[in-house]
Design a protein. Structure first.
Length: 273
């Protein structure tokens, strides 16, 4: 028996470096969103959705040389990390639109693949539910109305945080009507009491915090909200940026008692002065 060995010949090679990827997830469950989202990328940036649902950053003009250097170590940008902002919206209306800041270049060293800044780890983008967002059977459904303390105008683009024992349980955003839905998952149906009295309790004590950035918050008169006249200035904010700067921003808070499967409504007034 004899064998004939044939050598292969490369006819064409197509190589391409991507700059990173975004993975949009449900803010409550962290489950990836599978449906198509609307992307508003800056000039010079090209972002495409792949079959896995990732929003892949194919190119960005300031890093054109970086993307082209596939076989050799890519050159770094002149002043370290560069950034741009992407707008993401849900055509189905179940999630509120938001901004996300993307820093590039990502670390392309495979040895650092487990680190948050790695090219091999998509940037996770929580998408916050709208008032028609889906709720789980045992979630605490916290709805809020956000108003300007003086004028009573509805405030859109306000960041909400639900905090208990120093831990953030959930986050959300308000829409143009000043309305927000913040589902809180993982509340046990019964749990042990931390204080004297009842041994078993069915609710937990928490604080809901509202943080508004006067530079980006929208203000809609109550007459327009009641009439359903949608303002042209729709809220579009970066929740991460608001949270980072929250110490210096106008805030309001209220104590809440959360129980699995129980809806709760809270109204908050924020002074923007």
């Amino acid at each position: 028996m004899s064998f004939v060995l044939e050598t292969s010949r490369e006819l064409e090679r197509v190589e391409r470096r991507v700059l990173g990827a975004l993975r949009c997830v449900d803010a409550t469950t962290s489950a990836p969103l599978r449906h198509a989202l609307r992307i508003d990328a800056p000039a010079g940036a090209r972002i495409q959705r792949n079959r896995s649902g990732l929003l892949v950053i194919q190119e960005w003009a300031p890093l054109a040389d970086h993307a082209a250097a596939f076989l050799n170590p890519p050159p770094g940008p002149p002043d370290g990390l560069l950034s741009f902002t992407v707008g993401i919206a849900d055509p189905t209306g179940h999630y509120l639109p938001r901004l996300v800041r993307v820093e590039l270049p990502r670390d392309a060293n495979p040895a650092n693949a487990a680190l948050p800044g790695s090219l091999f780890r998509p940037l996770q983008v929580p998408m916050y539910p709208s008032s028609i967002g889906r709720l789980g059977a045992n979630w605490a459904a916290l709805s809020l109305s956000l108003r300007e303390a003086g004028s009573g105008e509805a405030l859109g683009g306000v960041l909400l945080r639900v905090v208990s024992d120093g831990q953030v349980l959930a986050r959300g955003l308000s829409d143009w009507r000043g309305e927000a839905l913040v589902p809180v998952a993982g509340i046990p149906v019964t749990t042990w009491s931390a204080g004297p009295g009842d041994v078993i309790v069915t609710q937990i004590e928490a604080t809901v915090e509202a943080i508004a950035d006067p530079a980006s918050v929208t203000r809609t008169p109550q007459a327009d909200v009641i009439a359903g006249r949608i303002s042209f200035a729709q809220p579009l904010v970066d929740p991460a940026a608001i949270e980072t700067a929250r110490a210096g921003l106008p805030q309001a808070s209220a104590p809440v008692s959360l129980a699995a499967g129980r809806p709760l409504h809270v109204s908050l007034g924020i002074s923007l002065v």
